[in-house]
Design a protein around this ligand. Structure first.
Ligand code: ADP
Length: 260
């Protein structure tokens, strides 16, 4: 098995990071039942880039995302969104930071069934009583490619269309960073491709920053960069991935373990 590599991850230039961690450790439980889900992870997610986090089931992908997005606390180490260190924040500033600076896309689309697609997209802005940036919103709505269906309710849309609405909702507030956790997990490969294409174009055309957790080498190949986790540690990274190079890297790390 190759030795785990130190992932440099551009820590030399923290100013350019939309989010970063330093020696991030997360331990669940106590005593004999304790699980080290993340073991001193230092990583940086550059602005305007699409990064995928890959690794076998249980390797710590979701925990890393949750800790870096301010959804879960850290046991040790630090994490920043932009210039703001998360561990120093109380509940209210943390909630505000998540609301204003972070967009989320989950496997379940989590759209409100009684609202139209457009109302779902603007809901977080409306709830935050923020003035929408009309020009940006128009760009996002155009990019989502659902012009004909913006007045439809979620139930009248396909799974892929619903998830594109969820991505547009995450984009609408123009967050510092979007975290997507297995966004295509509930979709067939064609719809999944549409959602991944939209995430990719939000980075390339709209300049967003996206970090996506996935176990799927095809999904990871839409990213600019893939970082690999195993047993709670960062082990490797790959630039300009293809499904083949991602799969090869996963097998090389542990030939016995198929991606799950
Ligand atoms: P992945 O997303 O790569 O499948 P996770 O981040 O979900 O991995 O989990 C990493 C490790 O932490 C696993 O061993 C998992 O069982 C454990 N874990 C995750 N969440 C909790 C929790 N809330 N309580 C206890 N253990 C957890």
């Amino acid at each position: 098995m190759p030795q785990p590599k130190t992932v440099s991850a551009d820590l030399r230039d923290p100013g350019g990071a939309a989010a970063r961690s330093r020696d991030l450790t997360k331990i669940y439980g106590k005593g004999e039942t304790q699980i080290v889900a993340l073991d001193s992870v230092s990583v940086e997610f550059a602005r305007g880039r699409f990064t995928a986090i890959m690794g076998p089931s249980g390797s710590g992908k979701s925990t890393l995302m949750h800790c870096m997005a301010g959804l879960d606390s850290l046991s040790a180490g630090s994490a920043w969104i932009g210039d703001t260190e998360l561990s120093g924040l109380g509940d209210r500033p943390l909630t505000q930071l998540r609301r204003d600076k972070v967009g989320f896309v989950f496997q379940a689309f989590n759209l409100l069934p009684t609202l139209s697609a457009l109302e779902n997209i603007t809901l977080p802005i409306d709830l935050a009583r923020r003035k929408p940036d009309r020009e940006w919103l128009e760009e996002v709505v155009e990019a989502v490619g659902l012009a004909e269906r913006l007045r439809h309710r979620p139930a009248q849309l396909s799974g892929g269309q619903q998830q594109r609405v969820a991505v547009a909702r995450a984009l609408a507030g123009r967050p510092e960073i979007i975290f997507a956790d297995e966004p295509t997990g509930n979709l067939d490969s064609r719809s999944g491709g549409e959602v991944l294409g939209f995430l990719q174009s939000s980075v390339r055309t709209l300049g967003q920053t996206v970090v996506m957790v996935t176990h799927d080498p095809v999904a990871a190949s839409y990213a600019d960069r893939v970082v690999f986790l195993a047993d709670g540690q960062l082990t490797d990274e790959l630039a300009s991935p293809t499904p083949e190079t991602v799969l090869d890297r996963m097998r090389r790390f542990d030939p016995k373990r198929q991606p799950s």
